[in-house]
Design a protein around this ligand. Structure first.
Ligand code: ADP
Ligand SMILES: O=P(O)(O)O[C@H]1O[C@H](CO)[C@@H](O[C@H]2O[C@H](CO)[C@@H](O)[C@H](O)[C@H]2O)[C@H](O)[C@H]1O
Length: 452
């Protein structure tokens, strides 16, 4: 079976990959897409095959994970996910709930298939034979939900060594962190760079995501033209306060589980250099940013000169925003500790200032406040109310954070925090340009406000 699958993938991948939501290189042409390894995980109908694919773009190579299914008599619902519709029908296996059961059972039974190992955490028993259905939200990876119990994330673009999402979840669980979903198992690959292929976690079935909650609150405010943010039914400030406290608790747990130290004199200069380099890259592809270049660089340089005593360096979340936090009946939980999807792996796993996560969340309040205005004619009144909502919730978040954090109030590091927020907004300009060009105005407008 190996040779025909390799041939089929070599033919189909260049056409198929750019249409996959999880494919992270849609803004650049594919120079080469080559299957480099296929392993059969199930050799009877329906077949399940695991493939690793090298994708070259602009001389940079990325390795992606693809799962292929094949059935003699495929049901109608698989018609939308064909990879190859000639000869033996191959399709995207994550769309086949029966095949996804095989992955859960393999983790429960701690099976292996050549270099691929399925592992269950020591203190865990798993229910088997649950069907896996894919999460429908916009994702950089592919997640499968099993019943109301488990969620399995299959990492798509693979990175060398243990994936930070798995490493950090396990470290936080080991110190009893209350603000994460319990890690239950993982899928490893012992070949080459030894990437992590997947992570199984407790599914927080009762959870609402922070972005949905926050944007509902903004909508309520916009609908009540005469009321202020603290007067409308959907006021979010109490949640923002509790969220700040939860993020501070996770930072304290991360410091305990994985170490922390005070920033050395001059150490933050390297972070400022990285901000300038990111700006260089984004400027070259988004000309709309050029008029703000001087002001942005000025804010970065102020951070270099600022007295940054008392800044801690430790492991952080790395890409914290309202879509990465879930509100359960027990409080807020943080998910997805992989860092920014576009950042190089060494940068994603490196210890940094926790203020970076605070800045990410402050940006997110600004996003939530302004996303309803995208594409609308200018309305001064609505713009004022968006600012009001953003300021109220940013303040509440920082208050909650300061109450719990051993590092105190993030606003005490105003200059660094401002530079970190601006750096995040520069990242978002590139992200929106590549993924949602209609939303580019949100970070561009924020940059004008922050760097004015
Ligand atoms: N433990 C969990 N419980 C409930 N839902 C979850 C859990 N983990 C993730 N999700 C849902 O799955 C979505 C994608 O998860 P995420 O880890 O952010 O994937 P990606 O890395 O692909 O962006 C989230 O937006 C959230 O709605
Ligand atoms: O969730 P991911 O790790 O894939 O993060 C990426 O996508 C996010 C969008 O889904 C993006 O976040 C930006 O948009 C959010 C609203 O959709 C907003 O709350 C965030 O503040 C904003 O940064 C994130 O930057 C990107 O890395």
């Amino acid at each position: 079976m190996t040779q025909p699958v390799l041939r089929m993938l070599a033919d189909e991948l260049p056409k198929w990959l750019p249409h996959q939501r999880w494919f992270g290189g849609k803004d650049r042409p594919i120079t080469e897409a080559r299957p480099v390894r296929v392993i059969t995980l199930r050799d009877r109908d329906p077949l399940l095959v695991h493939a690793l694919v090298d994708v070259v773009q602009d001389d940079r190579k990325s390795v992606y994970q693809v799962l292929l299914g094949s059935r003699e008599d495929p049901p109608e619902y698989l018609a939308g996910v064909w990879i190859d519709s000639e000869g033996r029908h191959w399709y995207e296996a994550t769309a086949d709930p029966d095949l996804m059961t095989c992955l859960l059972n393999a983790i429960a039974e701690e099976e292996s298939a050549g270099p691929i190992g399925f592992h269950r955490e020591n203190d865990v028993d798993l229910d088997e034979n649950l069907r896996g259905r894919t999460v429908t939200s916009e994702q950089s990876n592919t997640s499968l939900i099993y019943g109301t119990q488990y969620i399995l994330k299959l990492f798509r673009k693979l990175t060398a060594g243990p994936n930070p999402d798995l490493r950090i979840h396990r470290a936080l669980h080991s110190v009893g962190c209350e603000h994460i979903a319990q890690p239950l198992g993982w899928i490893s690959d012992d070949d080459g760079d030894k990437p992590t292929l997947g992570m199984l976690q407790q599914f927080l079935a009762d959870a609402a995501d922070g972005w949905a909650m926050a944007t509902t609150s903004v909508r309520d405010l916009m609908a009540e033209a005469d009321l202020h943010a603290d007067e409308v039914g959907g006021d979010f400030a109490g949640e923002a306060h509790r969220l700040g406290a939860a993020v501070a608790a996770v930072h304290a747990d991360l410091a305990r589980a994985l170490d922390s130290r005070q920033a050395e004199p001059g150490e933050l200069d390297a972070a400022v250099d990285t901000m300038h380099r990111r700006l260089d890259t984004v400027l070259s592809s988004v000309p709309e940013l050029a008029p703000r270049e001087e002001a942005i660089r000025g804010v970065f340089e102020q951070a270099r000169g600022a007295a940054n005593e008392g800044v801690t360096i430790q492991h952080v979340h790395g890409d914290l925003h309202l879509g990465q936090v879930l509100r359960t009946v027990h409080g807020w939980a943080l998910i997805d500790f992989e860092g920014e999807p576009a950042a190089p792996a060494e940068e994603r796993g490196a210890p940094r200032s926790p203020l970076r996560d605070v800045a990410g969340m402050l940006r997110s309040f600004d996003y939530a406040a302004h996303q309803l205005l995208v594409g609308q004619p200018e309305d001064h009144q609505l713009a004022v109310r968006a600012r009001e909502w953003s300021n109220r919730n940013r303040g509440a978040f920082c208050d909650g954070y300061a109450e719990v954090s051993p590092n105190g109030d993030p606003r005490d590091h105003e200059v660094l925090l401002r530079a970190l927020e601006l750096d995040k907004a520069v990242y978002e300009v590139a992200y929106e340009q590549a993924n949602r060009p209609d939303w580019l105005q949100i970070p561009l407008a924020s940059i004008s406000r922050i760097a004015s």
